[in-house]
Design a protein around this ligand. Structure first.
Ligand SMILES: [Zn+2]
Length: 453
């Protein structure tokens, strides 16, 4: 059965799964670092990053993009991964502004500038360092500084050492900044995009005229912005034939939809304020529908999302939210129907969405729905093999099918990927008693039993 932890992670947030993720196994030790899993936002960011990574010839390195749930503006790389704060999406008014920052980070990645960070990461726990980066907490920050007494003490001292660690870890040299800027311009030129957005973002940092005040510091600390750098960047940007090119209306809309969703879910600035210039636009109404539902009124949210579906009947994410609303209204069958439409319309075949669909089927409690529930959950897990919640739902689906051995094995996997090795072993042993010795499932249970601490 799904553990309490898993359920809690998903309370009120079916599409916006914040918590443990496959991409960061070390997460199990540091649950205080919130990662966003959302089909719509992931699809958008993939469309931003892929052309840039291609141009930077980084595609083959299998660079992962990870969305961090933090309202501050930050984006950073660690050698294999690009981390983007949700705050950076909300604060970027156009796709081009964010793509410019991604291009700059790809420049650091291609230039190997984060080698110091990578070196540190091999010593410190990755997530402890990431925790320090996003300011997840004093204990985490202290641990990142390699100072266990500070970590234990907590409070101001630990926070201070975490910040110091962050500065030394992340601060790029001036020459590296210039190189990253130059490479970013190359990538933007190669993909036919303007560097105006990058210039806008960096000028904003240089002038420190941020609405969020100190929150912007994380990015500014790590990327020195002397005046000469901005003027240099300006010259390079304006020399591009694409300088005056703007994002397509369709991409701008997708960007705004993502901003509206993040704002609604995270309370990161009100949706009305962000879209004050277009209060009746699709994005503003999308944010309003989500906010209405999150405020507890599924009944009022439903007609709002249905109006949006009428306008864009092929938008998978509207059906996904519809499913989420119906789930909250205690109508898993209706939710499953909406999520089926969402998955069939989803061009990216998001595993997160399929797991949501499988979960809704499982929650119908109808035995006839369990084979489909298991199929969808397994399809999602196949692409996200380390996502603990998926196993929790799968265990429940097996349980409702009366397959106790596989329910126990899925529960073992859930605990295993949550970092709870002791519970994992207990359930693996229990599963083995009912499984055929030597079968693939039995062997999986044996792997869990054999894991060292
Ligand atoms: Zn930089």
């Amino acid at each position: 059965m799904s553990g309490k932890k898993t359920t809690k992670l998903l309370a009120g947030a079916l599409t916006f799964v914040i918590g443990a993720t496959s991409t960061l196994p070390a997460y199990a030790q540091s649950r205080s670092v919130p990662i966003i899993r959302d089909a719509e936002i992931e699809a958008l960011i993939t469309d931003y990053t892929n052309p840039i990574l291609n141009a930077a010839k980084l595609k083959k390195r299998n660079v992962q993009t990870i969305l961090v749930n933090s309202s501050s503006f930050n984006a950073f790389v660690d050698g294999r991964r690009i981390f983007i704060n949700s705050g950076a999406i909300v604060q970027s008014e156009t796709p081009n502004e964010l793509i410019g920052v991604i291009a700059h980070e790809a420049g650091h990645l291609a230039g190997g500038h984060q080698d110091r960070l990578r070196e540190q990461l091999s010593r410190a726990r990755t997530m402890a360092v990431i925790g320090a980066l996003i300011g997840a907490g004093a204990g985490v920050a202290g641990a990142a500084a390699g100072n266990s007494s500070a970590a234990a003490a907590g409070g101001g001292i630990a926070m201070g050492s975490g910040e110091a660690a962050m500065r030394s870890l992340l601060s790029y040299q001036r020459t590296e900044e210039m190189t990253a800027d130059r490479l970013a311009i190359n990538y933007l030129n190669a993909t036919g995009q303007s560097a105006k957005g990058m210039l806008t973002t960096f000028s904003r940092f240089a002038n420190a005229l941020s609405l969020n005040g100190t929150q912007i510091d994380q990015y500014r600390i790590s990327h020195p912005l002397p005046r000469e750098r901005i003027s240099n960047l300006e010259n390079l940007a304006k020399a591009s034939p694409h300088y005056n090119k703007t994002d397509s209306a369709a991409l701008q809309l997708r960007h705004d939809m993502a901003r509206a969703k993040i704002a609604a879910y995270s309370g990161m600035g009100s949706v009305q304020r962000i879209f004050r210039n277009n209060p009746r636009g699709l994005a503003a109404r999308y944010g309003d529908a989500i906010t209405t539902y999150l405020n507890g009124s599924a009944r009022n949210a439903l007609p709002k999302i249905d109006a949006l579906i009428k306008e864009q009947p092929k938008n998978p994410y509207f059906y996904e939210i519809r499913g989420e609303i119906l789930m909250k209204a205690n109508d898993p069958a209706g939710a499953a129907k909406a999520l089926q439409q969402a998955t069939s319309l989803d061009p990216k075949k998001s595993s997160i969405m399929r797991m949501s669909y499988g979960r809704a089927l499982m929650l119908t409690g109808t035995k006839a729905n369990m084979p489909a529930a298991i199929r969808e959950l397994k399809a999602g897990i196949a692409r996200e093999p380390e996502f603990p919640s998926g196993y929790g739902y799968l265990a429940q689906a097996y349980g409702q099918s009366g397959d106790i051995a596989l329910a126990d094995l899925a529960t073992a996997d859930m605990h295993y990927y949550s970092g709870n090795r002791q519970q994992a072993k207990i359930f693996a042993l229990r599963a083995q008693q009912k499984l055929k010795k030597g079968s693939p499932d039995w062997l999986r249970a044996q792997d869990i039993i054999n894991t060292k601490k």
